[in-house]
Design a binder for this molecule. Structure first.
Ligand code: FES
Length: 337
């Protein structure tokens, strides 16, 4: 049986019990002690902590995220490090006490209720949870691949008011353990599965005075769909622009859903764009379409989710239009094979 250690989080004055084989981040989130994080896989560096007292195992913390110099300075990745003694740690990204509500990480069991093809090599998976999950629009859950006991991360596409039915958008990866060999393979409506969530800090939960631009590529649309529905229901922004980029029409999905929202809400604007096929909508790379549509983005904010080249291009385009970097929020898009 695993030993437990006590981890004190500096700045919160709270103690969290962490098992010796459990990451500090996992234990803190389960205890509803929010710590900054994004990928939970050791790749983004958002979860860095300074160990003020005690010893840890770094486990598989990659050198490109946590350098030898940082380790020597007592830094650890909260999502990878496990305790070897009682600890005192200080979150480098703050304690997250910024007025945003946070919800505890939990394990859930669920039933598959919808499994449908919605675009080229893209499926919508809807599950009904046995117990409700509270989350913020933009967060994600980790689906546990049966028999392999490994997690794959997918953003919730449903609004957070729907706490029992979670919608995910899944892109096929050839030979992928979770995709070709499960969700695009033997998975059927009625199957049972396990997941954990909510995770991540990509969200728009607070009212803001200036317009927001949401740019998604491929299944990067999923968290944006949740954010759009939440922002419209709560009237969080004065103007909301959603761009969805694809190469061909077969890459787009939920077009009629968003067109319907745009008809209902005159402050919501939906602009799907295609880069490789003529059609009656916007043409070109989605970021070029944004550049054409706005002469200035000063004071506005942006929420980006998609393949890294698209996100990089969007950041550049928005900065060219004078958007402040601190108002550009991006979700790390990992290919969940
Ligand atoms: Fe820990 Fe990304 S490296 S959350």
């Amino acid at each position: 049986m695993a030993n437990n250690y006590t981890v004190r989080i500096q700045g919160k004055n709270s103690d969290v019990t962490v098992a010796e084989d459990q990451s500090i981040l996992d234990a803190a989130l389960r205890a509803n002690e929010w710590l900054p994080h994004s990928c939970t896989q050791g790749t983004c560096g958002t979860c860095k902590l300074k160990v003020l007292c005690g010893e840890v195992n770094h486990n598989e913390s990659p050198e490109y995220t946590l350098t030898a110099g940082e380790r020597a300075d007592g830094l650890v990745l909260g999502c990878m490090a496990t305790p070897r003694s009682d600890l005192t740690v200080e979150p480098l990204g703050g304690t997250g006490d910024d007025g945003v509500p946070h919800f505890p990480l939990r394990d859930y069991d669920a039933t598959v209720v919808v499994l449908e093809d919605i675009a080229a090599n893209t499926r919508r998976l809807v599950v009904e949870l046995d117990t409700p999950m509270l989350f913020n629009a933009g967060q994600y859950a980790e689906l546990i691949v049966p028999e392999h006991n490994v997690g794959r991360q997918y953003s919730m596409a449903n609004p957070p008011t729907e706490t029992r039915r979670l919608e995910f958008h899944v892109k096929l990866t050839p030979e992928g353990l979770a995709t070709e060999r499960w969700i695009f393979g033997p998975m059927q409506v009625g199957d049972r599965l396990s997941l954990r969530g909510p995770l991540g800090q990509f969200n728009l939960v607070k009212e803001q005075d200036e317009p927001a631009i949401l740019i998604g590529g491929g299944t990067g649309l999923a968290p944006l769909k949740s954010i759009v529905q939440h922002a419209l229901a709560e009237r969080l922004v004065p103007e909301l622009y959603l761009y969805h980029g694809g190469r061909r029409q077969e890459d787009l999905y939920d077009v009629e859903f968003f067109r319907g929202l745009a008809r209902e809400h005159e402050h919501f604007h939906y602009r799907p764009a295609l880069s490789e096929e003529q059609w009656d909508g916007a043409m070109g790379m989605v970021t070029d379409v944004v550049l054409d549509d706005f002469s200035s983005c000063k004071g506005m904010s942006a929420y980006l989710c998609g393949p890294p080249p698209m996100v990089e291009a969007a950041v550049k385009a928005l900065k060219r239009r004078r958007m402040a970097p601190r108002l550009i929020f991006r979700e790390e898009f990992t290919v969940a094979a």
